[in-house]
Design a protein around this ligand. Structure first.
Ligand code: FAD
Length: 380
């Protein structure tokens, strides 16, 4: 068995926003793939697939190596979706990888350093577009960065920073209940975030966001957390696509290609309601385990089963002792939700070192109100 990935590490995406907002060091959310596979018989190749020969069951990598297979599982994940809005690619920062998270941190800290040179009324505006869990978590974390460490660094500059959270729909966290959406908005506003709902973006320019209602918002740093789509590379693999994802049977076999499987964000699998399953980690993890068992069934000549997703609920953190959790009819807010969020994320983070260092950073941040990862470490 061989695992192929363009990175030699696994990224724990749910904590990327903490890297972007100086709460965690980047290496705490990345785990070496070879380390994870050390005790297994699985080989690893760093690279990208460039083509698949369906007839001969071969996949060619960008290193020119050709791997043969009996079964190919495609788990390419997702990419940022700009919905065709002008200027997103050029002027917004994405948040899908460790490199992008470091880039956001660098941009914000560099603009803050610029602001510190002015002792006048010049303002710095940071905007996050998209009021889903990533946008909410990022806005709350930036607000706390400004109120805490940046205020201690240079109070005048910190007082001149505005954080906007812009959502096209009527409420934040649309996948949560209305009461938790309302609570999230209230908590973010208490932290000083300017929350704009029913506000659709028409275009991004270098220092401004143009809205569909004709208004403009100044924005020196714009972070795009408004949408995801299946990883575009999947389109090169000559497999059937539905929307931006690979079209699959309920068994998770790719339509018309029984030896190909798709799982996670890239798989266009549908739930009981006929809608695509959400692009979230529990879907990907459940599908991974499920497909391993399906292939074992094929080998043993047994019948295949349809995949059924077990939704275990959703959670999002807003800030220090502020979070929302929804598990079926159970709804938690405030400190209990925040502790549940901390525990679960620590549990799923890969690697003992990463768990210990993340916990240490969190405790340090909590006790000192400081954030030790405010470095600008790019090559400029
Ligand atoms: C910022 C952020 C926060 C999130 N927060 C949450 C959360 O709180 N809770 C939750 O449930 N979900 C969250 N998600 C979604 C969750 O991370 C995904 O649903 C989950 O990781 C999907 O798993 P996957 O295996 O399909 O894709 P991924 O985990 O994205 O893995 C895809 C892999 O494919 C590799 N790859 C991509 N393109 C290529 C290529 N061309 N060649 C070779 N390899 C390639 C990548 O390097 C990556 O390792 C978040 C996502 C993001 C971006």
């Amino acid at each position: 068995m061989t695992l192929v990935d363009r990175h030699n590490f696994q990224t724990f995406s749910p904590l990327l926003y903490q890297v972007a907002t100086a709460g965690l060091a980047a290496d705490h959310v990345a785990y070496p793939i070879r380390g994870a596979l050390r005790k297994s018989t699985i080989a690893f190749r760093m690279g990208s697939p460039i083509s698949v020969d369906h007839r001969n069951k071969e996949v060619k990598l960008d290193s020119s190596e050709v791997l043969t297979f009996d079964h190919l599982i495609v788990a390419l994940g997702s990419a940022t979706a700009d919905f065709g809005i002008k200027g997103v690619t050029e002027h917004a920062l994405g948040m899908k990888s460790v490199a992008e998270a470091i880039n956001i941190r660098t941009e914000v800290m560099r603009r803050f350093e610029d602001l510190c040179r002015f002792q006048d009324e010049t303002r710095l505006s940071i905007s996050i577009v998209g009021g889903g869990p990533t946008g909410v978590e990022m806005a709350g974390a930036f607000a706390e960065l400004v109120r805490g460490p940046l205020t201690s660094d240079q109070a005048h500059a910190a007082e001149h920073i505005d954080i906007y959270l812009i959502e096209a729909g009527p409420r934040l966290l649309p996948s949560f209940s209305k009461s938790l959406s309302a609570r999230t908005k209230k908590d973010l506003e208490k932290l000083g975030v300017k929350v704009l709902t029913e506000t659709a973006v028409a275009e991004l320019t270098p220092r401004k966001i143009l809205l569909k209602n004709g208004d403009e918002i100044p924005s020196e740093v714009t972070i795009w957390a408004a949408g995801v789509q299946g990883q575009p590379l999947a389109q090169n693999l000559s497999l059937p696509i539905v929307g931006t994802r690979i079209d699959v049977e309920p068994t998770l076999q790719v339509k018309n290609y029984p030896n190909f499987w798709a799982i996670g964000d890239i798989a266009g699998a549908k739930g009981k309601d006929g809608r695509f399953l959400p692009m979230v980690a529990p879907v990907a993890m459940q599908q991974g385990t499920f497909v391993a068992k399906q292939i074992a069934r094929v080998i043993k000549g047994e019948d295949l089963l349809p995949f059924a997703y077990k939704d275990k609920g959703s959670m999002a953190t807003i800030g220090r002792a502020k979070a929302v959790v929804e598990v079926k009819k159970l709804r938690l807010v405030g400190a209990p939700a925040w502790f549940a969020w901390l525990f679960l994320h620590l549990f799923y983070l890969l690697g003992g070192r990463n768990k210990v260092l993340t916990m240490t950073d969190w405790m340090w941040n909590y006790l000192t109100f400081d954030r030790g990862n405010r470095h600008i470490m790019d090559s400029q």
